[in-house]
Design a protein around this ligand. Structure first.
Ligand code: NDP
Length: 354
């Protein structure tokens, strides 16, 4: 579920199409869909956001449910919005079920769901690097975005020994040559998640960091890039800049952030390129685990969910290698497309021809 002024039917169509094959890759029993509204939550009060969520759910509750479509967060839809949506669902349906995921921990949410997309993206990237005989340890990383996916991508990359030097939002990017460490990330979480502030304020707070208005971070030299903001945020020229600067791996935290020509450039240059449907599947995978916990009326410990997430990302990586490896290079785009498609096609054939 996405709330963003740029939402159109065409955007939801590509997101929904990709979601089908992404969910297939997770190995979990889930179909795929996407929804949203061109409502802009920026600058709105909590009560205005609440009223919008309640109005939306007043109609939407007829179309979703634990065994039909199960919305989760996306751009502009985080814990606050899911809570308001779920509250209204429960009010109207008088049922406490896993009809939305990304719920709060006090009402059926899963540990690690907040972190899952970003953490999973980093696990996938580490799998790509390990397969090539390398790792994230000591690598300089450029991350775009400063929302849910970007923050937890940065957190896990730092945890695995990488140096994260950028974050961004729609107004520009910050470059911190010293690296964003766990302590600085606490500041960013509070800035973005509590105060709903702008990333430029990071540069006001940490004197060595610099803010670049209206720019994206791809000109900053790095070994690993994580586009984690939005679609089409990495052009062919950006890809060429990254390749020129010696990038080894690119893992897409956002959905389709790399334009098609840019993706081709990465593959042609033998950069390890993890496409969104594989690299960012961790979020929906833990949404699936949240549904399982809701159905069982259980809450699994953090370590259990994180271990399952790691294992799912590793399985997806293996599937990509199986279908994408040729002449010593893994084409992860090809691998993910084939592996995702086969399961869907087999299921449709098994259902019988209509
Ligand atoms: P958030 O709303 O939490 O964060 C979005 C971030 O991207 C913000 O920093 C935002 O900046 C920036 N951004 C949005 N639009 C633009 C733009 N046009 N140009 C530059 N920056 C922009 O969303 P998420 O982190 O949840 O989602 C980010 C991406 O990850 C999306 O592509 C989403 O589809 C994908 N994704 C998310 C999942 C999840 O679990 N949340 C799961 C799988 C994929 P600003 O605040 O200025 O708008």
């Amino acid at each position: 579920m996405r709330f963003d002024p740029d939402v159109t039917l065409s955007v939801l169509k590509f997101l929904g199409f990709e979601q089908v094959f992404k969910n297939s890759l997770t190995g979990l029993p889930m179909g795929g869909a996407k929804g949203g509204a061109n409502f802009n939550p920026k600058g709105k009060s909590d009560r205005e956001v609440m009223r919008f969520c309640q109005s939306l759910m007043t109609e939407l509750h007829r179309h979703i449910g634990e065994d039909t479509d199960v919305p989760a967060g996306d751009i502009g839809v985080g814990g606050r919005e899911i809570s308001y949506l779920f509250g209204q669902y429960k009010r109207l349906e008088n049922r406490f079920v896993g009809s939305l995921t990304g719920k709060g921990l006090t009402f059926g949410g899963s540990l690690v769901r907040t972190e899952a997309t970003g953490y999973g993206c980093v696990y996938f990237c580490e799998n790509m690097l390990n397969h090539a005989g390398d790792s994230l340890q000591g690598k300089t990383c450029v991350v775009s975005g400063s929302g849910n996916v970007a923050i937890y991508t940065a957190e896990n990359a730092i945890e695995l020994g990488a140096k994260v030097v950028t974050l961004s939002d729609s107004s520009g990017f910050v470059h911190d040559p010293d690296g964003i460490d766990a302590e600085k990330l606490v500041f960013i979480k509070s800035l973005k998640e509590v105060d709903r502030g702008r990333i430029s304020e990071y540069a006001d707070h940490f004197s060595r960091a610099k803010f670049y208005a209206g720019q994206r971070p791809w000109s900053v030299s790095c070994e690993v890039a994580f586009p984690c903001a939005t679609q089409n945020e990495l052009s062919l020229d950006d890809a060429k800049t990254l390749i020129g600067n010696g990038v080894l791996a690119v893992a897409e935290g956002a959905n389709m952030p790399t334009e098609l020509a840019g993706a081709h450039a990465f593959v042609n240059s033998k950069v390890l390129f993890g496409p969104a449907k594989a690299a960012n599947a961790g979020g929906v995978a833990v949404s699936g685990l949240e549904q399982s916990q809701n159905a069982l009326r259980l809450s699994w410990p953090r370590e259990d969910v994180d271990t399952k997430l790691k294992s799912i990302m590793s399985d997806i990586h293996q599937k990509c290698v199986k279908h994408g490896q040729a002449n010593g290079y893994v084409n992860y785009v090809r691998g993910a497309n084939i592996a995702g498609f086969i399961k869907v096609a087999d299921a449709m054939l098994a259902y019988g021809v209509v």
